[in-house]
Design a protein around this ligand. Structure first.
Ligand code: SF4
Length: 75
C-alpha cells in the first residue's frame, strides 16, 4: 500500500512575469524550483505530495513578488 507521501495534494503554478529572480523559492524548496540562465524561476516539478507541502508552502510564502501559487489538485 503506498504511503501518504505519494499522494499529490497540490499543484504549483508560477507567474513568471512577476518573478524578480530573488531565488527565495529555490532556497526554500530546491526539489520544485530552480533559476534559469536569465535568473528567472523554473518549476522543476509541479506536483506537491503531502510530505513536500511544508517546503512548497514556504517557497510560496517567501516569494517577495507573490509569483507562486499552490492550487488544489482537484480544482
Ligand atoms: S522567490 Fe519569487 S521572485 Fe524569487 S525567484 Fe522565486 S518566483 Fe521568482
Amino acid at each position: 500500500m503506498p504511503g501518504n507521501e505519494e499522494v499529490v495534494l497540490l499543484r504549483i503554478t508560477v507567474d513568471v512575469g512577476r518573478c524578480q529572480g530573488y531565488g527565495n523559492c529555490v532556497m526554500a524548496d530546491a526539489d520544485h524550483f530552480d533559476l534559469d540562465d536569465d535568473g528567472l524561476v523554473v518549476v522543476l516539478r509541479d506536483d506537491v505530495s503531502a510530505g513536500e507541502q511544508a517546503d512548497a508552502a514556504e517557497a510560496a510564502r517567501s516569494c517577495p513578488a507573490e509569483a507562486i501559487r499552490l492550487v488544489d489538485d482537484d480544482g
